[in-house]
Design a protein around this ligand. Structure first.
Ligand code: SF4
Length: 311
């Protein structure tokens, strides 16, 4: 698959088929915690990075067999709203596959643009990020394109809430000693009241990030954060595997397309593909002959990722 990946187990969305419209690694941010590695092209210029007709063709081929999914999710290795024809794909899914729920994960950087909000407002769920409400911390964590202003992001989120009928799950990624001060959290509390999301989800480092010095927040610090932010906040829990009827092109291809986009432990892959860890290990050994698969130690064990597609 060229534009789709997974389905992957998402801590937020259950079993989610990913749509990746942005080449690795184009983004409007260069977050210190990014699991896709450092941004190589920092931009706010929207483009049709991949031909929209080919994306639609691949979706058609995949969805015609009616796989069981919790969501079809715009996500992947860069900011999905940078794809200027995202609205065409959303319209296609709603018209031809209305039974599927659509989600969008966004870093919120383009939400101040009315045109972008109009394109995305037909999805069922938007999970926008807002990692800081203090300029210097926002710049430390997200390292945005120079034209992106924190005030515009907050205004965009407030406007989105006014215009969008679906669910908004606001995500805050907590980085110890940067955005977890009392000063910041009380500001968050006030701004969240203006944004009015359905839910606030607190996330922290789970896979190796772009910077080794970025570490996970402790459970107790996340619990303190929930107490300040309010009852609509929750800590994103570990994924609970679900049984599913996924149609994979081939298992090897699916493992590669997953590792291409996010580092995974053997246990993660075992949950995604419903296979015993020994079997996953066996596939990894086979795949290592043709692909550059590397391992990096992380908090949950060794994370495998793809450095280059073909050896
Ligand atoms: S975490 Fe998301 S917004 Fe941040 S650099 Fe990575 S892809 Fe871009």
């Amino acid at each position: 698959m060229n534009y789709l990946y997974g389905p992957v187990p998402s801590r937020r969305l259950g079993v989610s088929l990913g749509i990746d419209l942005i080449p690795h690694k184009i983004c409007s941010f260069n977050c210190i915690y990014c699991e896709c590695g450092p941004t190589t092209k920092l931009t706010i210029k929207r483009d049709e990075f991949k031909p929209v007709n080919l994306v639609i063709e691949e979706l058609n081929n995949y969805l015609k067999d009616k796989p069981k999914l919790d969501y079809i999710t715009f996500s992947g290795s860069g900011e999905p709203t940078l794809y200027k024809k995202i609205g065409t794909i959303i319209d296609f899914l709603q018209k031809d596959y209305p039974d599927y729920q659509i989600a969008l994960l966004t870093n919120s950087s383009l939400l101040h643009k009315k045109k972008v909000r109009n394109q995305i407002k037909k999805v069922d769920l938007i999970s926008p990020s807002l990692d800081s409400v203090i300029k210097r911390n926002f710049e430390t964590i997200n390292r945005p394109h120079s034209k992106i202003k924190l005030s515009q992001i907050i205004e965009g989120l407030i406007e989105l809430r006014k215009e969008f009928d679906g669910k908004i799950f606001l995500e805050i990624f907590i980085v110890p000693n940067i955005n977890d001060s009392k000063e910041e959290l009380y500001k968050f509390h006030d701004i969240i009241k203006e944004i009015k999301p359905d839910l606030v989800q607190l996330n922290t480092l789970d896979r190796p990030g772009a910077e080794d010095w970025c570490t996970p927040a402790s459970k107790s610090s996340l619990e303190d954060t929930v107490n300040i932010i309010g009852k609509e906040a929750e800590i994103i829990g570990p994924y609970l595997p679900k049984k599913r009827n996924t149609i994979q092109p081939t298992l090897k291809e699916s493992i590669i397309s997953t590792l291409k986009r996010r580092p995974c432990t053997v246990k993660d892959l075992s949950n995604i593909f419903d296979l015993h860890v020994n079997e996953i290990n066996r596939y990894l050994r086979q795949l290592e002959k043709n692909y550059n698969i590397k391992g990096k130690e992380g908090k949950r064990g060794k994370f495998y990722y793809l450095t280059k597609e073909e050896k």
